[in-house]
Design a protein around this ligand. Structure first.
Ligand SMILES: O=P(O)(O)O[C@H]1O[C@H](CO)[C@@H](O)[C@H]1O
Ligand code: HPA
Length: 295
């Protein structure tokens, strides 16, 4: 009935990985962080670190992309127990969609309640500039339109429901908190909100594709995050996500601009400290168990 189920991980396999990790650290994270391209510095903010190379974690894939270190780091941000993926996985690396999203189920089994994801993305909204930080309020899952979805295959109710509601995927309270924290930090000029569109990559967009995505209502485009968000929501974690606009998607045949990964990493380096500060400050204001926020 499900011919491709071999690429799925069973609940027991996910649990074995989570238990392996829990046996090696006393940190019991309630916040899980995913660092996008060039944004791995967030993990370095964690205190009392216990870090694992992905290659040493049972069932974990390896990072193959420059700017994704490939370490899972446990530690504390101002006393809050966190786990941070210093590097994520993408479909274009050749992994199955179940493999690239496996860490979200591991997060859940570690006790994570809130997931905070970051990514580098190309700007489609004409009002966006390089270096803007976009709070993701919604997404367009283009691979999903073609039947590529991390929840394909048999559904294990221990993780979540068969048919997942996605109209509340991005937690509105956390978006509001990000706006408030951003204003307090003086980020008003470059803090935006918008819709993220995921493509499979690894090719950047053609001009016609960029124009089409813009018309469809996307403000930024990238090759990650959405699959993780789906799996995180499926197992009941709260989700917050940010895009750093590292380049403007070329939408004009006369433009001399050419998208490239080096520029993505370079802009990441320039804005990393501010993005890290925003996430760090938000984490210190999240209170768990009652889903409330601290004053
Ligand atoms: O989404 P993250 O992992 O930040 O990476 C982004 O940067 C890479 C392209 O430069 C792509 O992988 C794109 O998705
Ligand atoms: O322009 C882009 N397109 C897709 N993914 C990206 N990641 C960073 N920039 C881009």
């Amino acid at each position: 009935m499900f011919p491709e189920v071999n690429s799925c991980y069973s609940y027991e396999e996910c649990k074995a990985t989570a238990d392996w990790l829990l046996a090696q650290t006393d940190v019991r994270p309630t916040v899980g962080i995913v660092c996008g391209s060039g944004l791995g510095g967030l993990a370095d903010l964690l205190k009392d670190q216990v870090a694992f190379n992905y290659k040493d974690i049972p069932n974990f894939p390896q990072s193959t992309v420059h700017g994704h270190a490939g370490r899972l780091v446990f530690g504390h941000l101002k006393g809050r127990p966190c786990v941070c993926m210093q590097g994520r996985f993408h479909l274009y690396e050749g992994y199955s969609i179940h493999k690239i999203t496996l860490p979200m189920r591991i997060f859940k089994l570690l006790g994570v309640e809130t997931v905070m994801l970051t990514n580098a993305a190309g700007g489609l909204n004409h009002d966006f500039k390089m270096g803007d930080i976009m709070i993701i309020k919604d997404h367009l899952n283009l691979p999903g339109f073609a039947g590529i979805n991390p929840l394909n295959g048999p559904n294990d109710e221990r993780f979540g429901v068969r048919f997942l509601c996605m109209s509340d995927a991005y937690d509105r309270e956390l978006q509001q908190l990000a706006m408030e924290v951003g204003q307090d930090l003086g980020y008003g000029d470059f803090l935006k909100e918008g819709v993220y569109c995921v493509l499979g990559g690894p090719t950047f967009e053609t001009i016609a594709e960029g124009r089409m995505l813009h018309r469809l209502g996307a403000d930024a485009v990238g090759m990650s995050t959405v699959h993780e968000v789906i799996v995180a929501r499926h197992c009941g974690m709260r989700v917050f996500a940010l895009s750093l606009i590292t380049n403007q998607v070329v939408m004009d045949y006369d433009s001399e601009e050419r998208a490239n990964h080096e520029e993505v990493l370079q802009v990441g380096r320039q804005r990393a400290a501010q993005l890290e500060r925003l996430v760090y400050t938000m984490v210190t204001k999240i209170v768990h168990n009652n889903y409330g926020l601290r004053d």
